[in-house]
Design a protein around this ligand. Structure first.
Ligand code: ASP
Length: 311
């Protein structure tokens, strides 16, 4: 049995630009990230599973209105909230994902239920909602997800063809998709990602976050990954799986594989964003090519940290 564990979390690569970040806001983000880290750390330190740890950490971030997931999800073109989430376990490579769901407090737990309580991997829209109802999920009123700032972001765009990622330079309030990756004391890996997607999105737009291999991937042989960024490019780059493939097929280290994908391949496609990843030795990397990425990590050796911009 391995005795080490590692955990990393992100709150999106679409941070407030440095000039707009105030000490008070920074403190709010830091406290929220710390709360999520504590939830995951608590599980891992009691020899709990990586899967439980990533779900717990993501649930905390989904409950926090600061991030674009769960309660803080952005508005769609119809003025609703449509959320996406996925989770994957590295030992079995079991996975679960949901897309275009509404009214669910913690989409990551529904994704896990798809993995564990259905014969499927990916449920979307009305069908996913039906599945949630059969499991007894409470469907929250839209007011639960209402947030004045998010609403204003949407009002600024609603009559246009534009949609907006939290990564867009044009806007002054940036939030982000959330995710977690972990390696537990048994050497098992897991990854989880949850998002509200893009402000003013329409036509059933789905990003990379719920797509296994694009926004989320875990394989004990290589690593566990959760991405954040311009979803269309992350889908086309099959980003999470690409990191794993570079390790498995080309023998790159976690750091080299993640850096190659984020600092070269995604940029070459025209995308931006970042990822968090952990390997089975407990190494953690958190590369990004945007101005910042809300992120944090904690390990069994007592090391931990929270950062927003480049160190
Ligand atoms: N990747 C997410 C999406 O495209 C957005 C984000 O990471 O903020 O839906």
């Amino acid at each position: 049995m391995i005795k080490n564990f590692s955990l990393a979390i992100h709150g999106g690569a679409g941070t407030l630009l440095r000039g707009q970040m105030t000490p008070a806001k920074e403190q709010e983000y830091t406290a929220a990230l710390q709360h999520a880290l504590d939830a995951g750390h608590d599980i891992l330190s009691k020899a709990g599973s990586a899967l439980d740890a990533v779900e717990a950490a993501v649930r905390v971030l989904e409950d926090c209105p600061l991030f674009n997931a769960g309660r803080g999800s952005v508005f769609t073109a119809e003025g609703t909230h449509q959320m996406d989430a996925s989770i994957m376990e590295g030992r079995t490579r079991n996975a679960g994902a949901v897309s275009l769901i509404t009214g669910i407090r913690n989409p990551i737990s529904l994704a896990r239920d798809v993995m564990e309580k259905s014969n499927h991997v990916f449920l979307a829209g009305d069908g996913a909602m039906h599945f949630a109802k059969t499991l007894g999920y409470t469907i929250e009123e839209p007011t639960y997800f209402h947030n004045d700032l998010r609403h204003k972001q949407w009002l600024d765009l609603r009559d246009s063809e534009a949609f907006q990622l939290d990564h867009s330079d044009k806007k002054d309030s940036k939030f982000g998709t959330v995710g977690a990756v972990a390696c537990d004391v048994h050497g098992n890996l897991a990854a989880a990602t949850s998002t509200g997607g893009m402000t003013n999105k329409k036509w059933g737009r789905v990003g990379d976050s719920p797509m296994i291999g694009a926004g989320t991937y875990a394989n004990n042989v290589t690593c566990a990954i959760s991405c954040t960024g311009s979803g269309e490019f992350f889908i086309r780059g099959v980003v999470a799986y690409d990191v794993s493939c570079l390790m498995e097929y080309r023998g790159l280290s976690l750091a080299d594989a993640a850096s190659e994908v984020i600092q070269n391949r995604v940029l070459q496609l025209g995308g931006d964003g970042g990822l968090i990843a952990v390997d089975a030795q407990g190494n953690i990397v958190m590369p990004f090519n945007t101005e910042g990425m809300y992120r944090g990590f904690a390990t069994s050796s007592g090391k931990s940290g929270i950062s927003i911009y480049k160190d």
